[in-house]
Design a protein around this ligand. Structure first.
Ligand code: ZN
Ligand code: ZN
Ligand code: ZN
Ligand code: ZN
Ligand code: ZN
Length: 612
């Protein structure tokens, strides 16, 4: 998403502060920043080994060996992992820098990077960090390029937009390369506003552009109990007893049997440990158990009961607890996934699971697990957390629980960061197997049984409400907002097992045009839209529609002149009724400059906004 400076927590641009010694026994932000580079150092070691193979190098590395540098205990007191004790003389350094430049200019990226790397890190100049970054990027080692660009930014001291953009580009290459290969008609670009998705070829109206599946999702609390669904694949699990609610118990056994015989067949698999989560199949149950629920199931962690109860009671707005449309469960799931990924990394790295303590290995593994979520922007009022102390306490109790492999510290900062990640990026979606569809299948099945239809009229209360989920989507979250959006988001069964979203072209795109969605209701006036966008996403909308609409009838939308004493109002554009002009001249000029592109009745536009 755009417009906002990335929150410094968890992004590579906030890379380490040289030389500061931090307490490594916590999982706090400061430690996490340091450890990001440790984990990127491993990628660098791999690259160096690869280059040495390619170049058939067996020269003795004068510096301490690559593996030494990766052994965290050895350098416990030196967070910078400086690679050697040798200091090059000014003349040697200058000579080496010259050699790097030559290798780079000659297109020998392996040699260029190797030469950069051999210069002791304390002596690497801004130019060396930049050349190392550029050469590793050319070698498609984006994680390494990312580290070197962020070192270049550190070496730069003053703010450097160009380097920041390059750092972002390296991150994009690392995070989104699979998407970009799969969808060659789009490109992700960064500018000073942040990321955006652009068309690489003509994309026609109605064309499907890409699909995306959520990396974490949870059903919204307001549909959770009235429209039950599989917690994993989001397909509706509306049963007749749930649809008919209390009337179900008043029906005769015969009637209930008749209804059940005609209701679409479905299996409901509850969690074996609790009654809070239900699934459509054993596969979905297992998937949930493996990826987050074993951390959150009340049968393992008694502290989660309060959170599950809170969600089940549909308490969307409760003082001191929660005041948001998305479910707090999505944040809990995100942390549970980080914990599970961390443990998996440690097991894969052969750390014996008994020693999973808050060691530096654990913090490094946590950083690696967090990476998956690090590309979602997070921006908002930092004091909000203090208005919901109960939710903070509920989360702290869950993640400080003795059942966990390690304690995950949920402090105000971490809570706020995750809260706004979800608030800024959550997209509503669900499986196209909606509750309403199940109900209409049922009506279809009984259409010839006049008698049954008549009896049911007494009990029916119309179409059921559909299940709604909120999810974080990696590619979709790069889409920026426009009040005249060019693409729409629709629910989609992406694979037979996984529901997600589909992005469809709303009006034709030329190469270079940006794909945009609308975060707010398009039927609203400009003032209301801008206020909502500012409040929820912290930017002031300057889209084409905002540029060619006005706020009220007292000033001319084109020349900005005020009507006399604000008494007389200017006439509105008869089609869109969202612009006011002092004269026919002003109207004509505005029309030509661009009003014609956005002039239509917006109250009839279909909305496809984000979850909040
Ligand atoms: Zn399912
Ligand atoms: Zn459970
Ligand atoms: Zn706008
Ligand atoms: Zn005017
Ligand atoms: Zn108009």
């Amino acid at each position: 998403m755009m417009e906002n400076e990335h929150d410094i927590n968890g992004t590579a641009s906030s890379d380490q502060k040289d030389g500061e010694d931090h307490d490594c026994t916590t999982t706090s932000t400061t430690t996490s920043i340091i450890n990001t580079s440790i984990h990127l150092l491993k990628e660098e070691a791999d690259l160096i080994n690869r280059i040495r193979d390619i170049l058939h190098l067996d020269e003795e590395i004068q510096q301490s060996s690559v593996t030494d540098r990766l052994s965290p205990q050895k350098h416990h007191n030196d967070r910078r992992f400086s690679i050697n004790n040798i200091t090059l003389s000014a003349a040697t350094l200058e000579f080496k820098i010259e050699r790097v430049k030559q290798k780079f200019a000659a297109g020998s990226m392996e040699e260029a990077f190797y030469e950069c790397w051999k210069i002791p890190s304390e002596q690497r100049t801004l130019e060396i960090w930049k050349l190392g970054a550029e050469s590793s990027k050319k070698l498609s080692c984006f994680a390494v390029a990312e580290r070197w660009f962020s070192e270049a930014i550190n070496a730069c001291r003053s703010h450097n937009t160009d380097l920041n953009i390059k750092l972002e580009q390296a991150r994009i290459a690392r995070f989104y390369s699979t998407y970009l290969l799969r969808y060659p008609m789009i490109d992700i670009r960064v500018d000073s506003r942040g990321k955006g998705i652009y068309a690489k070829r003509v994309i026609s109206t109605g064309e499907d552009i890409f699909t995306d599946i959520p990396i974490v999702h949870s059903q919204t609390v307001d549909t959770l109990t009235i429209s039950p669904a599989c917690a994993t694949c989001t397909t509706s699990l509306l049963t007749p007893s749930l649809y008919f609610e209390t009337s179900w118990l008043q029906m005769s056994d015969k009637l209930r049997k008749q209804i059940e015989d005609n209701w679409p067949k479905m299996t409901i698999v509850p969690c074996t440990g609790c009654h809070y989560e239900i699934y459509c199949s054993e596969e979905c149950r297992l998937k949930a158990w493996v990826s987050y629920h074993r951390i959150l199931c009340p049968s393992n962690n008694s502290a989660t009961v309060e959170l599950y109860q809170f969600c089940a009671n549909r308490q969307i707005i409760v003082r001191e607890t929660w005041n948001s449309i998305f479910s707090p469960m999505i944040i809990a799931k995100l942390w549970a996934m980080i914990i599970i990924d961390t443990v998996d990394h440690l097991v894969n790295d052969n750390t014996s699971s008994s020693s999973i303590i808050n060691s530096i290995e654990t913090s490094t593994a946590i950083e690696r697990a967090k990476e998956k979520f690090s590309d979602f922007i997070s921006t908002g009022d930092e004091t909000y957390v203090y208005t919901i102390p109960r939710m903070l306490r509920i989360m702290q109790n869950i993640f400080d629980h003795s059942s966990l492999p390690f304690r995950y510290e949920v402090d105000e900062k971490e809570f706020t960061y995750r809260f706004y990640q979800i608030a800024c990026n959550a997209q509503s979606f669900s499986s196209p197997t909606y509750a309403a569809m199940i109900y209409s299948h049922f009506l279809f099945n009984i259409r010839n049984d006049r008698n049954l239809c008549q009896i049911l009229q007494k009990y029916s209360h119309g179409e059921p409400r559909d299940q709604v989920f909120g999810g974080l989507f990696l590619l979709q979250s790069c889409l920026n907002h426009s009040c005249d959006n060019s693409v729409e988001i629709m629910d989609c069964q992406v694979t037979p097992e996984q529901a997600g979203i589909k992005v469809r072209c709303k009006h034709q795109l030329k190469p270079g045009d940006e794909l945009t969605i609308n975060y707010v209701d398009l039927g609203l006036g400009r003032r209301a839209r801008r206020a909502m966008l500012k409040r929820a996403y912290n930017f002031w909308c300057e889209c084409i529609r905002c540029r060619f609409e006005g706020d009220d009838c007292n000033s001319c939308t084109e020349c900005r002149k005020y009507s006399e004493n604000n008494r007389k109002s200017f006439p509105a554009c008869s089609r869109c009724r969202a612009a006011w002009y002092c004269s026919a001249d002003c109207q004509k000029r505005a029309w030509k400059r661009g009003h014609k592109i956005i002039c239509r009745d917006w109250t009839k536009e279909r909305s496809s906004s984000s979850a909040n």
